[in-house]
Write a protein that binds this ligand. Sequence first.
Ligand SMILES: Cc1cc2nc3c(=O)[nH]c(=O)nc-3n(C[C@H](O)[C@H](O)[C@H](O)COP(=O)(O)O)c2cc1C
Length: 186
Amino acid sequence: MSDRYLVIVNGSPRKQGNCAVLVERAAVGAQAGGAQVEIFRLADLNIHPCDACDSCQETGICVLQDDMQALYGPLRRADAILIASPIYWFSVSAQTKLFIDRCYALQGTAGNALDGKRFGVMLTYGDVDPYTSGAINAIRMFQDMLRYLEAELVGLVYGSANDPGAIRSRPEVLREAYELGQRLAS
Ligand SMILES: Cc1cc2nc3c(=O)[nH]c(=O)nc-3n(C[C@H](O)[C@H](O)[C@H](O)COP(=O)(O)O)c2cc1C
């Protein structure tokens, strides 16, 4: 039984979408591994863009009073963080990017709260492969981001599916999502 706490962030606006299916599989895998799992759907939250005031770089506290404030505590407490996003215009969704930009407040002179945390990433896209879909751009962005944060990229799951829930017909991708959840719980 693990006592790990996994935060899952879903950057898709589709409630029954492909990211939601993968998130559910990963959550089941993590719970089977004994982790406590909390899921945040970014489309349900009111998260403003970073306005670059830079005060967080001194204080570690973001001055923007919106729903991102409810995420900072769980992100600080999390042992592992799993980010799921659809590919929109050859990168992550706008909801996902706003969330990532606001994670700026978690690092700075007050310390890097994400340092040493374990991350997973899951991406879905309509095109047939990770290169022409643009998933490769998102993968590169996460690799650079996590290297910068000195956080570990435990695993990447990505697959092609366009219609909402169509990823259910890709059992190998569902299995990878489950296994990534399990690994993040360990
Ligand atoms: C605004 C928008 C932009 C998209 N851009 C791309 C893209 O650049 N490349 C791609 O392969 N699929 C693209 N798609 C398709 C989605 O990535 C695909 O349907 C994905 O599985 C959606 O995941 P979801 O069901 O979790 O929302 C786009 C879809 C939308 C709505």
